[in-house]
Design a protein around this ligand. Structure first.
Ligand code: RIB
Ligand code: CA
Length: 306
């Protein structure tokens, strides 16, 4: 059973489609990040309406714990879904806060819940602060975040999810005993070839058509960045959560979050030589089976026998 904390967000949307195609979803916790909370919530509701999924949507924190941060509308569109101007969903979000919903569901699914964190970690940090025993009841935590050798995307050293709320990331990474980390640099290595994505979007079902519309802006941006393909970070993290055996290589290391560096705030500092004496809490994924990843994505877009 999955609990997904997310800030939809174009790559979040693909991850949510994958979760519903291949897994069981107890709920979506919504964060501010790519765009503001009202829009990330509306986007989640629209996506679930598209696939007619009964998954409850729990809005969470509207801003980071301490300092304000810039969104990623320049990548995802002002509305977070490629500015397609879609008709808002008829369904409504729950009134329960994402942090409280996560705590409740961790009891209802004790020992069986996989938490997939695809957004800034504000909601998870709040849940942990309210109940430090949360990790004891969670089977697995997979985090999309960080840049383990300092090659960030929101600044030189920081990746967006961590850089948006470093204090929240510090709370989660220092108090959650063990987690899988899918960092930005891994996502760059596992970009989806542009032409293959275009084929899937042409061959798929209504999910593919919707994704083609909301991802158009991001696909143009990605090509302009001269990347090797479409980087869908949250989809890669979701593939690792859904199919752990896709992981080919991983290393478990201590990891800390820089909070104060003038140039490095939000950086994920990995103790590769294990010289700090801190506990090795992060299982840093180094390589994933690319074919298996692409199959997981294509199937979620309705591509038969991808
Ligand atoms: O750095 C990539 C992450 O930031 C992804 O989760 C993307 O959706 C953005 O939130
Ligand atoms: Ca995200």
């Amino acid at each position: 059973m999955l609990f997904i904390d997310t800030d939809p967000g174009v790559d979040d949307a693909l991850a949510i489609l994958m979760a519903h195609a291949h897994g069981s979803v107890a709920g979506l916790g919504i964060a501010a990040g790519n765009v503001g909370l009202a829009r990330t919530t509306a986007n989640a509701l629209k996506l679930l309406e598209l696939i007619d999924a009964p998954t409850p949507v729990f809005p969470g924190a509207p801003q980071p714990l301490v300092r304000p941060a810039d969104d990623a509308a320049f990548v995802h569109g002002a509305d977070g879904f490629g500015d397609t101007g879609y008709l808002p969903a008829c369904r409504r979000a729950q009134s329960e806060h994402a942090a409280l919903a996560l705590l409740r569901l961790s009891h209802e699914h004790a020992g069986a819940l996989t938490v997939v964190a695809l957004a800034p970690l504000t909601n998870l940090a709040l849940a942990l602060s309210l109940d430090p025993t949360l990790p004891d009841r969670v089977r697995r935590l997979v985090i999309m975040g960080g840049a383990v050798t300092g090659q960030g995307n929101t600044s030189v050293a920081a990746e967006f999810n961590i850089g948006f709320d470093p204090e929240a990331a510090h709370i989660v990474c220092s108090r959650w005993g063990a987690f899988d980390l899918v960092d930005w640099e891994l996502c760059l290595r596992h970009a989806l070839p542009f032409e293959r994505v275009e084929q899937w979007l042409a061959q798929g079902d209504a999910r593919a058509a919707f994704y083609a519309a909301i991802s158009r802006k991001m696909r143009v941006f990605s090509r302009a960045q001269r990347r090797s393909g479409l980087v869908v970070a949250d989809a890669l993290a979701m593939a690792v959560a859904l199919q752990p055996d896709l992981v080919i290589e991983a290393q478990v290391r201590p990891l800390a979050i820089e909070l104060d560096g003038a140039l490095t705030r939000g950086a994920t500092l990995v103790d590769w030589a294990q010289r700090s004496g801190r506990p090795p809490v992060a299982r840093i994924v180094g390589a994933v089976d690319q074919h298996g990843f692409e199959h997981c994505v294509a199937a979620a877009l309705g591509v038969a026998a991808p």
